[in-house]
Design a protein around this ligand. Structure first.
Ligand SMILES: [Zn+2]
Length: 106
């Protein structure tokens, strides 16, 4: 019996959300940090063209969505491929993140 290797994949956002998902408010973002203390808490799998990141910026949390299909030259914000949610408090951010990962929020 072999030991299962840890997956190199992060979580995948479902291709098709659940019926009537919560609609998050996405605003056009930039691919730069909002503040110097910004960090990525969690992110979805790199194998997908659309990457979601749960980010913290000075005590405020938000989700960034980057569509790399429309970012051939690494200037995603110019291609309108980077979108961000509003800022959340920690508990709400984790809730939104969990809902996103199971297709209950889009
Ligand atoms: Zn993957």
């Amino acid at each position: 019996m072999g030991v299962a290797l840890p997956s190199v994949h992060g979580p995948h956002v479902p291709q098709h959300p659940q019926p009537q998902p919560e609609k998050l408010h996405w605003r056009l973002g930039t691919s730069t940090n909002r503040c110097t203390r910004e960090r990525v808490i969690s992110h979805t799998c790199e194998c997908r063209t659309v990457l979601f990141e749960l980010r913290a910026a000075g005590g405020v949390y938000y989700i960034r969505r980057t569509d790399r299909t429309s970012d051939p030259v690494g200037l995603a914000f110019l291609a309108r491929a980077v979108w961000e949610t509003e800022g959340y408090l920690h508990r709400r951010a984790l809730e939104v993140w969990d809902r996103l990962l199971v297709g209950l929020a889009v």
